[in-house]
Design a protein around this ligand. Structure first.
Ligand code: GDD
Ligand code: MG
Length: 432
């Protein structure tokens, strides 16, 4: 892959937000002296061999709820061979066992592909028991199984990837129509990790386009309907603190994203479809210097965000207007209710929601999301121990470090420190 270096960079304490980078060649050859000599200072060449080394250390997670089996098969065929595929399904098991159908189809593919898959059902009671053993009961419902939600499935997959000993974890939705796009996303994840200087790195995909049929013609829309609004509000949040307008953030809702496991273990998460915008918010809450600086290592190494514009169009299942509105409201809610959200921005969010008819005038935004504390403060050796007889236990390759008990078991937003954060005064740095 050949990719331009970031043109814009926004810095916020130890957090580096790189502007969107364009891909110029999907395949830029092998690592060898001749190819390397051609390197250009404003282009980064990521050789096939380099991608391969990263892929061997990467888990790709495919969350599923009620998708067509043919679609899922296409997605799986696009994931490079050396990545470990983790499938977390929350498809219904009654009256028809859809998970059984998915598992049969995936195991059939497994024979032909000759590779390992780790397939679980989000509601498997054994997984609930494993979370409870680790002390991570936050993820469980009153029946002791993992709660519904895309984020909840993703958090579970992070615990699994960790005990499998993976260094990187990437996410690809299971309703993608183009296997070629899936493969490209994984290469872009690899490109981001290669360009990074930090163990705390996240790579987010900005789609080149989303094809739609408009008046019998194909129209290639630039952004999804929710992300345009999320991006604007996230950029305003940064501007409220720096005093400079910015448009750097273009991937507020990016479902396709990857991160180092080191970062994955340190972040708090929010529920459902708000998880992706909350990544930005939580990194600002934890490492932006507004609330606290809990990790010296992060302060020294920085947190790097890469945003890479893919070349393939992104075509996925259409799930309706209400679904998009709910997703957009969830994004706004996690920003609004953050202890780092200044009052002026809260007003902007409310105006935006009313204008888009997502919230009736005068109604409060509410506090409907759940927040999950960072996994690093829970004993995942106990999680692993409970799962040691499961059919996929052979994939648990990590040599887990000694667990150091800490008292931090809350998300940062619920701590005393969060209530003491100093925010920009209303009216002083308001961005309109
Ligand atoms: N395991 C699991 N559990 N998977 C789920 C659940 C759940 O409760 N709910 C949804 N999924 C799976 C879907 O099957 C799909 O593969 C993926 O999560 C994304 O869900 P969609 O319902 O297709 O979401 P979307 O396409 O509207 O939005 C996607 O793109 C947005 C913008 O990039 C999501 O990835 C959003 O999170 C993202 O913000
Ligand atoms: Mg989708």
């Amino acid at each position: 892959m050949k990719i331009e270096i970031p043109r814009e960079v926004e810095r916020f304490g130890p957090i580096v937000f790189h502007g969107v980078q364009k891909v110029y060649e999907l395949d830029a050859g092998l690592r060898n002296a001749k190819n390397d000599k051609d390197d250009n200072p404003i282009m980064k060449r990521i050789a096939y061999d380099t991608q391969h080394e990263i892929q061997k250390q990467m888990a790709i997670v495919v969350p599923i709820r009620n998708e067509k089996i043919k679609l899922i098969e296409g997605v799986l065929s696009g994931i490079p061979h050396h990545c470990l595929i983790i499938i977390v399904s929350n498809s219904p098991r009654y009256p028809m066992d859809r998970y059984k159908l998915e598992k049969d189809a995936i195991e059939h593919m497994e024979h032909f592909m000759d590779r390992d898959f780790l397939i679980v059902h989000q509601k498997d009671p054994k997984l609930g028991e494993a979370c409870a053993a680790a002390g991570y009961t936050h993820l469980l419902d009153k029946n002791g199984v993992v709660k519904d939600g895309k984020a909840e499935g993703m958090i579970l997959s992070k615990m699994l990837a960790y005990i499998c000993g993976k260094k990187y974890i990437g996410f690809i939705d299971s309703d993608n129509y183009f296997p070629g796009a899936v493969m490209e996303y994984v290469h872009e994840y690899g490109a981001g990790f290669t360009m990074s200087n930090s163990d705390y790195t996240m790579v987010r995909i900005s789609w080149h386009s989303k094809p739609k049929v408009v008046e019998s013609n194909l129209f290639f829309a630039k952004r999804g309907r929710a992300s345009e609004h999320t991006n604007r509000i996230l950029n305003r949040l940064i501007s409220s603190f720096t005093g400079y307008g910015t448009e750097t953030i273009k991937t507020g809702n990016a479902g396709e994203h990857a991160m180092t496991m080191d970062l994955a273990m340190k972040l708090d998460y929010s529920s459902g479809y708000s998880i992706e915008p909350y990544h930005y918010i939580n990194v600002l809450e934890k490492f932006g210097g507004i609330i606290a600086n809990p990790s010296e290592d992060v302060m020294n190494q920085q947190v790097e965000f890469f945003q890479i514009e893919s070349r393939n169009p992104h075509l996925h299942e259409v799930k309706g207007d209400q679904h998009v509105k709910d997703m957009s409201k969830a994004a706004m809610e996690c920003i609004y209710n953050s202890p780092i959200c200044p009052d002026a921005l809260k007003e902007n969010i409310m105006e935006d929601l009313v204008t888009r008819k997502i919230l009736p005038k005068g109604e409060k935004i509410g506090n409907t999301l759940r927040y999950y504390p960072a996994l690093e403060n829970f004993d995942l050796r106990k999680f692993k121990e409970v799962l040691k007889n499961q059919e996929y236990a052979g994939l648990f390759k990590a040599k887990l470090p000694e667990f150091k008990e800490t008292k931090v078991s809350k998300p940062i937003r619920d701590t005393k420190l969060a209530k003491e954060s100093v925010l920009p005064e209303k009216g002083k740095l308001e961005m309109k």
